[in-house]
Design a protein around this ligand. Structure first.
Ligand code: AMP
Ligand code: MG
Length: 500
């Protein structure tokens, strides 16, 4: 992260001191491109906590100037709007040149939490739109807005979303919908695909400039290393972050849905929310993207796909690295880092603070039982946490967990092993810890869908209320108890595809 001193807060986007994105990299990397107006626009959702983190005034939402700038209807003064070029592998196949087809960066601003790139997603066509319209629909924009806050609330690295604006302008997908713009915020939107692009086109010096820029801005500790070691260090660091991210996704039952290399962040952020889903009933083979006919991006395959994607990044960096061996060694660390990170997460979910040889089997047998009965992933872990918390006083504390299983005898047998493993640990403090690890609220598809339907009817109250709840997913929120329950029957009929 850039350590430049924070600036004093500025009133509106038109007075923010903008710097072009991608620093000094210049025209090879950033093609100037203004947003295309969508007037008339209105606010759909705003993220007051992110606004505060960025040191921006709380009343920004009162400003017409901000609405105009953040929906792309007026150019923020001093901003340097542009789109970047990248390539990538989509569904395991080289797709050639892609690029920001519907995301326009206004530029970077210096904030109390470091330099942040401010991007308008859905602000109209760019030189990289190919056959697309450069737009995003209200439905998918609300999903991205809520999901990125949900991930942040869960402590999972992600791009953020400052606001969503909507407009009656029609956008045609499978049916006629309306347009929206999400203002996305991240220290950087650099993707594996950016590296793949300059490697594939043989632009080795541009590739080096990109790598050096990423190192300088985001991995400064690597800066003093010699070339080979610096680029292998970069690969190592991206590998480490990606392994940590995958462990976090798996531990909350998050399916990304489109883990193409152009959707992978070199900072290890969750990036490009499309057909994602937080799983309801536990099924490792779950495919959330209806366009993913082969199940390449099924829940259980995500960690392996991430490794495959890291190989693509490694391949792209090879023109900068003389010797394959250290690059392969950097990639190889994934094989230890990911399982270690996942074991740590799963042990934490069970309230186990130390590691024992039998822990892996304990986790596996629970997951197997959950899979067999399609037990709701989030409700199970939350009820288990509550049960442990109450088990010091209550004889039947585990009954609400047991009730989730069809094969109760399987759960009973597991519970005996689990309680033996907990041993004499203080149940209240273990339970308390588990309640801070296993969320009560996740962005279930049906909750997003309800908020979307209300927003389509002009009521944005649920979008804002969901944002608040998902920001603090480990808290109780008694007024919203219903949002913590099992998915209703109709949730399984929600179809989410890439078309957004
Ligand atoms: P995605 O599957 O959303 O990651 O998108 C893959 C590529 O298609 C990226 O280069 C996007 O910028 C581009 N893209 C997706 N939707 C649109 C759209 N509506 N208009 C233009 N480009 C798009
Ligand atoms: Mg994408």
């Amino acid at each position: 992260m850039n350590t430049t001193a924070p600036i004093a807060p500025m009133d509106t986007p038109t007075r923010w001191p903008w710097q072009p994105s991608f620093g000094a990299l210049g025209a090879t990397f950033r093609t100037p491109c203004p947003p295309t107006p969508l007037a008339p626009s209105h606010w759909v959702g705003c993220n007051p906590r992110l606004l505060a983190e960025l040191g921006l005034p709380a009343d920004l939402w009162q400003s017409q100037e901000a609405l105009d700038a953040l929906s792309g209807n007026a150019l923020a003064e001093g901003s340097a709007p542009g789109a970047t070029v990248y390539s990538g592998h989509q569904f395991g196949v080289w797709a050639g040149q892609l690029g920001d087809g519907r995301a326009i960066s206004l530029g970077e601003i210096n904030t109390p939490v470091g330099v942040q790139d401010i991007q308008l997603k859905g602000a109209g066509p760019t030189p990289y739109s190919r056959r697309g319209d450069g737009r995003a629909v209200l439905r998918s924009s609300i999903r991205e807005f809520l999901a990125s806050e949900a991930m942040h609330g869960l402590g999972i690295a992600t791009t953020r979303a400052l606001c969503v604006t909507g407009s009656p302008t029609p956008v045609f997908r499978e049916e006629r919908e309306t347009a929206a713009v999400v203002t996305r915020v991240a220290p950087s939107f650099v993707r594996f695909g950016h590296f793949e692009h300059f490697a594939a086109t043989g632009q080795t010096e541009d590739l080096r400039a990109l790598a050096d820029h990423v190192v300088q801005a985001h991995f400064p500790a690597l800066q003093t290393l010699q070339d080979n070691a610096r680029y292998c260090g970069l690969l190592q660091e991206v590998t480490r972050r990606t392994a940590a991210l995958m462990a976090q996704w798996q531990a909350v039952g998050f399916c990304h849905g489109v883990m193409n290399t152009d959707n992978m962040s070199v900072l290890g952020l969750t990036l490009d929310y499309g057909p994602f889903q937080f799983m309801d009933g536990f099924n490792p083979e779950h495919i959330c993207n209806h366009s993913d006919s082969s199940g390449r991006y099924a829940y259980a395959r995500q960690p392996q796909v991430a490794y495959w994607n890291l190989f693509c990044l490694g391949q792209a960096l090879m023109p900068l690295i003389d010797d394959q061996a250290p690059a392969l060694a950097a990639l190889e660390t994934y094989k230890a880092l990911f399982p270690q990170a996942l074991d740590l997460r799963m042990r934490a979910k069970l309230g186990l603070s130390d590691a024992q040889p039998q822990d892996h089997a304990l986790v596996e047998s629970l997951l197997k039982a959950m899979q067999q009965d399609r037990v709701d992933f989030t409700v199970m872990w939350r009820r288990l946490s509550q049960a442990v918390f109450e088990s010091a006083q209550l004889a039947h504390a585990f009954d609400p967990v047991r009730d989730l299983f069809l094969h109760r005898e399987v759960f009973d047998a597991w519970r005996i092993q689990y309680e033996a493993r907990l041993g004499s640990a203080d149940r209240r403090s273990v339970g308390q810890q588990m309640l801070r690890t296993n969320p009560k609220f996740i962005l279930r598809n049906h909750l997003g869908e309800m908020a979307i339907q209300q927003a389509k009817a002009g009521d944005f109250g649920m979008v804002q209320a969901l944002l608040d709840v998902l920001h603090a997913p480990f808290d109780e929120h008694p007024a919203y108890e219903g949002w913590a329950g099992l998915a209703p029957e109709w949730a399984s009929s929600i179809e989410i595809s890439c078309s957004s």
